[in-house]
Write a protein that binds this ligand. Sequence first.
Ligand SMILES: C[S@@+](CC[C@H](N)C(=O)[O-])C[C@H]1O[C@@H](n2cnc3c(N)ncnc32)[C@H](O)[C@@H]1O
Length: 325
Amino acid sequence: MDGPDLDLLFADGLPGGRLLFANAAPHRALLPARDRLVCVQRWKPAADALARAGLAVGEIEGTYDAAFVRLGRQREVNRAMLAAALDALGPEGELRVAGTNALGAASYARDLRTLGLAPVSRSKAKARVFSVRRGTADPAAWRNLAAPRVIAGTRFVSAPGVFAWDRIDAGSRLLADAIPADLSGIVADLGAGWGYLAHAALARCPAIARLDAFEADAVAVDCLRANLASFGARAKAHWHDVAAGIGTGTCDAVLANPPFHDAQGEDRALGLRFVAVAAEALKPGGRLLLVANRHLAYEAGLEARFSAAARLHEDAAFKVYLATK
Ligand SMILES: C[S@@+](CC[C@H](N)C(=O)[O-])C[C@H]1O[C@@H](n2cnc3c(N)ncnc32)[C@H](O)[C@@H]1O
């Protein structure tokens, strides 16, 4: 994988010793160090890409000689990631951080200065890299910024960085309201987030024997497990890339509030891929319930793969479909 921030992160080569890479992505510079490198990655498609490149994906364990951090979109998540990287370094360890200018990379160098550090910074091709010796900086204020917490006014837990992490998504709420009470057997939720929709389905439909909640974000999967725990064996959360498929002819119903963004921006093909995966997973006669932003065109995809498709609801923002295999 390329990117101006990734290239800049490794432009000066790799230091010796044990290496940590947080929010990791494959890069050719990493291959010679693969035996002394651990990559941390919560997003399953990116974790799968690292594994395909022959790079080990795991958790932070023990002390490292250098830590690389690739900044993401969410400020709390980035600060917590910087804290975790600093905590994983010995006093002489190097912290090296890169991000695109669009993510406000320079502001994180300023953040490090508030800890008494003096990062050395360089920018090129709309990205910035900065590095610093760990010293004795104490990132206490950042450690718990991305920790799971209860969403105000609910019994659900979520965490910064998870989709719609601090609220019930309006599209998921609309779809939940449209779930027929007679859903039964094996049901899948594609892109289950922290679990609002999955929870609503299990609570409304006593004949659901098992609901498999598939989600790419590992932190969301932790929240799913907590939010669906009261359903015991009726609920199972999977850290999984839905685009890779979920099986053939195994489901009685599928629920989906598909994503239309990936890490790079709007990606309409991903939503259509969710429709194809749902069609493949359903038994004959099985039902797909899908909500989509109004501006997205799912009609042709539904008509091509299902014997019938009806619009159950439409408003200024969303459309809800019921399609039968
Ligand atoms: C529009 S949200 C739906 C959230 C959820 N259904 C709810 O009840 O609020 C789409 C979800 O799909 C997840 N997602 C995106 N790409 C994915 C992929 N390739 N595989 C699995 N999940 C994915 C996102 O992380 C996000 O949680």
